[in-house]
Design a protein around this ligand. Structure first.
Ligand SMILES: CC(C)CC(=O)SCCNC(=O)CCNC(=O)[C@H](O)C(C)(C)COP(=O)(O)OP(=O)(O)OC[C@H]1O[C@@H](n2cnc3c(N)ncnc32)[C@H](O)[C@@H]1OP(=O)(O)O
Ligand SMILES: Nc1ncnc2c1ncn2[C@@H]1O[C@H](COP(=O)(O)OP(=O)(O)OP(=O)(O)O)[C@@H](O)[C@H]1O
Ligand SMILES: O=C(O)CCC(=O)C(=O)O
Ligand SMILES: [Fe+2]
Ligand SMILES: [Mg+2]
Length: 333
């Protein structure tokens, strides 16, 4: 470790309050851009993240860790995904989603039609991902020790059918969540194969986690948009973007206010990634009435009413039902 890094580490280790201000001159932290004062509020003090990693997340709202999930584990998730697609297993609560173009056409070529699995918390094989110790070790840096797995997905981005519907519009995940504080929520997203620009990698707008929750709508795309794929309203395509190219097993952790999306899949393969949104069990639910989240609340309630054959299900209950404790104590949500 360089002298500068050691000094930073010392400073960081002595910070016990998130609003403490760190003075980082450009000489002591060469990776930091023009900012010279940095309030540490997005990461917690522990010995896992290096000072450089902590500062990177504070500034950019994401952190990419190479080679975090083994090829064997990924193979296990892939096998289970295929069994689900062949309908060999039935998982309670699981949503099997098809791309809008396929869903709206009469021709349904079975497993190739699945674009996403959502809510696999009742599948022990897939849920294994959410409890991987090497993932939780990082998650704890953002959530603290009491950890809930709130939302699970396996995304199988299909080859674009020519309508650009394989894109995921630019959005903030917090738009979907009626719990806070946002800084104690983090997404882990793992590449199940080499993911690059041509097969539709994640695209992020670094630093946008420092902004607020924006208004979201369905984008006005000619070829159609997938159900629930809301995007930031008035998205400005000129903002600086970073394409996150990842190898199999690489994992990115990102903040729920970070604006991100993914491009279309211009290959013939099905681009696979597995992800979990974690929150501190100490988070609390909020009422989204009168906020920009009211529309998504309504949409979720409609789907939940059908799925659980219940009317009047509360938005926060749909989350409390799906959430699973993966570390520590279930203190609140
Ligand atoms: C941070 C994180 C939370 C961000 C996100 O995850 S954003 C995405 C969130 N997505 C979800 O929560 C899952 C939403 N999807 C679903 O609930 C389901 O897949 C549904 C869209 C309701 C389809 O359910 P399913 O049981 O398969 O029903 P059917 O096949 O009978 O279709 C029912 C009607 O829905 C339509 N549909 C199906 N898939 C899609 C689609 N991808 N995009 C748009 N419309 C779709 C389908 O055409 C049918 O419409 P009608 O024929 O009734 O008009
Ligand atoms: N008009 C738009 N509104 C909202 N999001 C958009 C719009 N156009 C593209 N995006 C989003 O921007 C991100 C990048 O998409 P796109 O497929 O254009 O990337 P790309 O092909 O890697 O880059 P390029 O712009 O060079 O083609 C995706 O999240 C995509 O859904
Ligand atoms: O895998 C992707 O394309 C991104 C999905 C995503 O951001 C989401 O579902 O919230
Ligand atoms: Fe997202
Ligand atoms: Mg493009």
């Amino acid at each position: 470790m360089s002298r500068a890094a050691k000094r930073l580490k010392m400073v960081l280790n002595h910070l016990d309050h998130p609003s403490t201000t760190l003075i980082a001159s450009s000489t002591s932290a060469p990776s930091v851009s023009s900012h010279c004062t940095l309030p540490l509020r997005y990461t917690l003090d522990n010995s896992i993240l290096t000072p450089g990693q902590r500062i990177f997340y504070e500034e950019n709202g994401f952190l990419l860790i190479k080679n975090l999930v083994s090829a064997e584990d990924i193979e296990k998730f892939r096998t289970e995904f295929e069994r689900i697609c062949r309908r060999e297993v039935h998982i309670p609560g699981l949503i099997i989603m098809r791309d809008v173009v396929i869903a709206k056409s009469e021709f349904v070529p079975d497993q190739k039609a699945v674009s996403k699995l959502q809510d696999f918390q009742e599948d022990p094989e897939l849920f294994c991902y959410c409890s991987l110790p090497q993932i939780l070790k990082y998650v704890e840096c953002f959530t603290g020790p009491n950890i809930m797995a709130m939302h699970t997905m396996l995304i199988n981005k299909p080859p674009d059918a020519g309508k650009k519907t394989s894109r995921h519009p630019m959005h903030q995940d917090l738009h979907y969540f009626p719990f806070r504080p946002a800084d104690r929520i983090v997404c882990a997203w793992t590449a199940m194969e080499h993911i690059h620009q041509r097969n539709g990698c994640l695209v992020v707008l670094p630093g946008t986690h420092r902004g607020t929750l924006k208004e979201h709508d369905y984008p006005e795309w000619e070829g159609g948009v997938n159900k629930m794929y809301h995007g930031v309203r008035d998205y400005n395509p000129d903002l600086p973007r970073v394409h996150l190219e990842m190898e199999k097993g690489d994992t990115v952790f990102f903040h729920p206010l970070l604006i991100h999306g993914s491009g279309m899949n211009q290959t013939q393969g099905f681009r696979k990634a597995i992800s979990c949104h974690y929150a501190s069990a100490d988070c609390y639910y909020i009422d989204v009435k009168g906020t920009t989240q009211e529309k998504i609340e309504k949409e979720v309630q409609e789907i939940a009413a059908r799925k659980y054959s219940l009317d009047n299900i509360k938005f926060q209950d749909t989350w409390a039902l799906r959430g699973r404790l993966v570390q520590g104590e279930r203190t609140s949500i």
